[in-house]
Design a binder for this molecule. Structure first.
Ligand SMILES: [Zn+2]
Length: 243
């Protein structure tokens, strides 16, 4: 920054650079919970899908237990009816009992059929549950990896932030207190930007064109000059200077 002749102007430019970086980092850090929440969207969905499949499977398992209970009842009913056969005295009674046995056996066979259909369905549900479980695991791995990466980046940002703050504490005591007060006033009134570069005769803060004689003065970087429109502090950076 040797192109700035006025040492106070140089401090102001340096302070603005640090403050801009600091506010950029703080903005990014504020956004961390949102970034993590958006990363979690896929995992949340996978977990929800898995829970639904698991619920379907559990419901079917419950239904199976209830059908097995009904099957036992039907089996004992058939058994009891058949036990009565030796006690039968008349053909009419015998025919009536056979009818009852046949109806009970039909009932039993209907339940068995239902159980078979249900078992097939449960096999499918089990496969689907396993598939959804696999997706949950994959999403968990990807979420953890991404989260760790982002947290690492954020920790690095915190380190940079500490470094910038420490650089500021060295810079501030060297600054003219009136100029610093002016700078702080502009920072709060001009959305965090108090010192701006001039490019192609324009203030980069408000984009107003500067009068030629003002521009000539700014190019010298010798004095503190304010934009006539936005009142920001202006400086000039030669084209060939990278930073
Ligand atoms: Zn301006």
């Amino acid at each position: 920054m040797d192109f700035i002749v006025n040492v106070q102007l140089k401090f102001l430019v340096q302070l603005q650079e640090k403050d801009s970086q600091i506010s950029e980092i703080i903005e990014k850090q504020k956004n961390l919970p949102n970034i993590i929440a958006s990363l979690k969207v896929n995992l949340d969905k996978a977990q929800k899908d898995f829970a639904e499949e698991a619920q379907d499977y559990d419901n079917s398992a419950k239904e199976r237990r209830s059908l097995e209970g009904l099957l036992q009842d039907a089996e004992s009913k058939v058994k009891k009816l058949k036990e009565r056969i030796p006690e039968i005295k008349t053909n009419k009674e015998y025919q009536a009992l056979l009818k009852e046995v046949s109806a009970a056996e039909q009932e039993k066979s209907d339940i068995e059929e239902k159980i078979l259909i249900l078992l097939e369905k449960m096999d499918d549900l089990k496969d689907r549950r396993a598939e959804k479980g696999k997706i949950v695991k994959e999403e968990e791995t990807s979420f953890t990896k991404e989260k760790e990466k982002i947290e690492k980046d954020f920790n690095q940002l915190s380190e940079i932030l500490r470094e910038l703050e420490s650089q500021k504490t060295h810079l501030l005591p060297q600054m003219d207190s009136k100029l610093l007060a002016e700078y702080n006033r502009l920072i709060s009134r001009r959305k965090g930007v108090a010192v701006v570069r001039v490019q192609n005769e324009h203030c980069l803060g408000c984009h107003m064109r500067l009068p030629p004689q003002v521009f000539t003065e700014i190019k010298k970087n010798e004095k503190i000059i304010y934009c006539l429109n936005c009142k920001r502090i202006l400086y000039w950076k030669p084209q060939n200077i990278v930073s």
